[in-house]
Design a protein around this ligand. Structure first.
Ligand SMILES: CC(C)(COP(=O)(O)OP(=O)(O)OC[C@H]1O[C@@H](n2cnc3c(N)ncnc32)[C@H](O)[C@@H]1OP(=O)(O)O)[C@@H](O)C(=O)NCCC(=O)NCCS
Length: 228
């Protein structure tokens, strides 16, 4: 395994950090398209009606084939529109929500994981602990785990686990009783990672999506901490 270290972030890490987190979100762009369109039955009813009306008005002879073509084209158009809108939202939202103050002053801890290669340290992952608030009920004994990400090229080598274990030990040292996080059912690797490290699902209630695109089942997970 390459050399790996974990350290607190500094201001000069921000551009690399934005890229890391934005790339982690982009991975779910196709899920955003698929879920927004095919889990939304009201939208599908409209697509069906428009395809049926246009095919029966415009192509009376080959109405069925025209219907299928319209239906496919409409869904393809919507799919591309959702992906475009998702990518644009993420690209703007991450730097806006992760300005210097938010990243360096507000969190209880914000760490990056780096690998050592050819004489240089390269950022490959990040994780943060925030005070509770915003969505999950506020609780002074609990801390919120956020911004967990590992760059795709080095996944499966245990770096995610190392970052998570590090954040867990930091939360313990800060005397928090539990760690709470939210993730989604489409993020299968992260859910498995959290389960492996002793988190349990405590809620599957819908979580407000800032982009109103990824209508996924959101999972809130919790881990009790041992206080030393
Ligand atoms: C989730 C993530 C951080 C895991 O990073 P990683 O460095 O690959 O994790 P590890 O190598 O330490 O793997 C630890 C465990 O995670 C789970 N896991 C990791 N990748 C997985 C995959 N592709 N499929 C299923 N489980 C996976 C496994 O339980 C694994 O343990 P195992 O190897 O003993 O089976 C990484 O996939 C990621 O950055 N994803 C995109 C961003 C994201 O979704 N972040 C979470 C936000 S809530």
């Amino acid at each position: 395994m390459d050399g790996f270290r974990i350290r607190s972030i500094t201001k000069k890490d921000l551009p690399a950090l934005y890229k890391l987190i934005i790339d982690g979100w982009y991975e779910y762009q196709f899920d955003a398209g698929r879920i927004s369109i095919f889990r939304n039955w009201k939208l599908q009813v409209r697509v069906f009606l428009v395809a049926m009306l246009s095919s029966s008005i415009l192509f009376r002879e080959n109405c069925f084939m025209a219907f299928i073509t319209f239906w496919l084209l409409e869904n393809a158009f919507l799919f591309l529109a959702v992906i475009y809108s998702y990518r644009r939202s993420i690209k703007n939202y991450i730097p806006e929500s992760m300005d210097e103050a938010h990243y360096i002053t507000k969190p209880l801890g914000f760490w990056i994981g780096e690998t050592h290669k050819e004489g240089q340290w390269k950022i490959v992952g990040c994780i943060a602990l925030y005070k509770m608030g915003g969505g999950v009920a506020s609780c002074s004994a609990a801390v919120s785990l956020e911004r967990m990400s590992v760059t795709s090229k080095v996944r499966g080598r245990g770096f995610g686990s190392k970052l998570l274990q590090y954040a867990i030990s930091q939360a313990s040292n800060m005397n928090f009783r539990e760690i709470i996080l939210d993730t989604s059912d489409v993020r299968v690797p992260s859910v498995k990672l959290y389960l492996k490290h002793g988190f349990e699902v405590i809620s599957t209630e819908p979580w407000p999506d800032p982009f109103r695109l990824l209508d996924v089942t959101n999972l809130i997970m919790k881990k009790r901490l041992t206080i030393f």
